[in-house]
Design a protein around this ligand. Structure first.
Ligand code: NAD
Length: 466
């Protein structure tokens, strides 16, 4: 039989065109939760939330358990894609952060109910969903933030529209697609978690102003926190930090150095909770520096010209030079003419308190060490370096009274004693995790109950059985 080649060509073209059309339509309509249009994204999330609201608490648990389970297989791939897309961070640390986010984010158990009974009957107070939440995510922990937010927000009964960081939107949106598949497979509504393709400031602003968005959650720097807090809507702001590591004369110095290096170099210092400067009392200063110099993962800069060259490189017009955010220490050292082994994870040096390495939230594996006359002045400097963010601080001391005093006076959301900062996120410390730490608005380490409204229901003159 002879085949008419022209006819075959035509048929192939037609099939290809209709496939492309379908894909385009599916993308517009949010094939797996990824939408070009903000209004369509919000409408789809609203419909999904209405379905979720009619489901049970056990359904919410089943859906979020499916996210935890199914996403586990993608943790390595997502971590690798994040490093590739953003050019920031360390693969092994991102894997750890993602695993912790899936395992240790609280679920429906974090929804307490309260009951009041008396002569006039029974009143109950329950935590209820807001509806559709708009969540703006960072480039520094893109997938971890989506995991924590999605699990907590769904357990609270909400749906969520993510506005991803333009520098991490591909991996953020891929994560959302995978989460949607897991939800639908577990019998949950389609588009419970959606995201915006080709993100832009304009799209985030449209999202924030959308009347069907009942709550905003911003995880990022000061600009976005300020923006959501000015929105006129219920907002959670999880902003910047500049965590000091305070070391006093009673500390186990060898351990303090190890802990501070581990915390400060974790994911190349991208976590907002990571140690950004060490403030060490005079009495143990030299021994602290000696240990830092001999730490196998630290490159200690002594030459003032090299410290100046590093400053010229990583600080631009008084601000951190974003080209070096989250880069490997060996890469940064290479740029100032120092060839360092790949095992080097941290650059350290002694500076004055006023130095930009101390004052700026660099988000780079660089640790300045500042000398303090005594521990009262060390605490004072730590307070100043934290800039009132009330975010995170660590303290190394064996004097319980000083630890308590420092914890009280720092007023940070997270205060870690004698351990790396990440212990405060539940990594090597007790407690649950989150990657949305709300200092400015006071929710602290956000969890399911943070995404709820308090509602009261009173039954008068009934059900009091005393
Ligand atoms: P970023 O502030 O550059 O971006 C965060 C998000 O906000 C992005 O999606 C961005 O597109 C958006 N955005 C920024 N300004 C905006 C505006 N005016 N209007 C609308 N959208 C806007 O943050 P980043 O560089 O990705 O993350 C690093 C910063 O975030 C650091 O300061 C870090 O401390 C902080 N952070 C805080 C937490 C926390 O839990 N507190 C967690 C992660 C990161």
């Amino acid at each position: 039989m002879r085949v008419n080649e022209n006819l075959v060509d035509c048929l192939v073209k037609e099939v290809m065109n209709s496939l492309e059309d379908r894909l385009e339509k599916e993308e517009q309509a949010g094939g797996d939760g990824v939408f070009k249009d903000v209004n369509e994204a919000v409408a789809a999330a609203k419909k999904a939330q209405e379905e979720l609201f009619r489901m049970t608490l056990s359904d919410r648990k089943r859906i979020t358990d499916a996210i935890r389970q199914d996403m586990d297989a993608y943790v390595e791939e997502l971590s690798r894609r994040t490093v590739e897309e953003t050019g920031m961070g360390r693969l092994e640390d991102k894997i750890q952060k993602n695993r912790v986010a899936l395992k240790q984010t609280p679920g429906i158990e974090d929804l307490p109910s309260y009951v009041y009974t008396g002569d006039r009957g029974l009143t109950l107070l329950e935590l209820s969903p807001f509806g559709v939440i708009g969540s703006i995510t960072p480039s520094t922990n893109p997938t971890e933030t989506v995991f924590c937010n999605a699990i907590g927000m769904i357990c609270a009964g909400n749906s969520v529209v993510f506005s991803p960081h333009p520098g991490a939107y591909k991996v953020t949106n891929y994560t959302v697609e995978l989460i949607n598949k897991a939800i639908v497979k577990a019998g949950g509504p389609k588009n419970l978690v959606v995201t915006l393709n080709e993100p832009s400031l304009e799209k985030s602003n449209t999202l924030m102003a959308h009347p069907d968005i009942r709550m905003l959650v911003a995880t990022g720097g000061p600009a976005i926190v300020k923006t959501v807090l000015s929105s006129g809507k219920k907002a959670i702001g999880a902003g910047a930090g500049n965590p000091p590591a305070l070391v006093d004369q009673t500390a186990n110095i060898e351990k303090a150095v190890k802990d501070i290096v581990a915390g400060c170099s974790f994911d190349n210092n991208l976590p907002c909770t990571s140690e950004k400067e060490a403030i060490v009392v005079d009495e143990v200063f030299e021994y602290f520096v000696f240990n830092m110099k001999h730490h196998p993962e630290t490159y200690f800069l002594e030459d003032p010209a090299k410290i100046e060259a590093l400053k010229e490189l990583v600080v631009k017009e008084g601000k951190p030079n974003k080209a070096f955010t989250g880069k490997d220490a060996s890469y940064i050292l290479g740029k100032i003419g120092i060839e360092a082994d790949k095992k080097i994870k941290l650059i350290s040096c002694v500076t004055d308190f006023d130095h930009p390495f101390v004052q700026l939230e660099l988000l780079m594996p660089i640790l300045p060490i500042v000398r303090a006359e005594n521990r009262e002045s060390a605490l004072n400097l730590a307070l100043k370096a934290e800039h009132g963010n009330r975010h995170t601080a660590t303290c190394h001391s064996r004097d319980i009274e000083f630890l308590s005093k420092a914890a009280k006076e720092m007023q940070t959301t997270i205060f870690v004693k004698n351990a790396p900062s990440f212990a405060g996120l539940g990594i090597g410390g007790e407690g649950y995790t989150t990657f949305t730490i709300a200092g400015p608005t006071g929710e602290g380490l956000t969890s399911t109950k943070s995404f709820c409204r308090h509602r009261r229901c009173s039954l008068v003159d009934g059900f009091n059985i005393r």
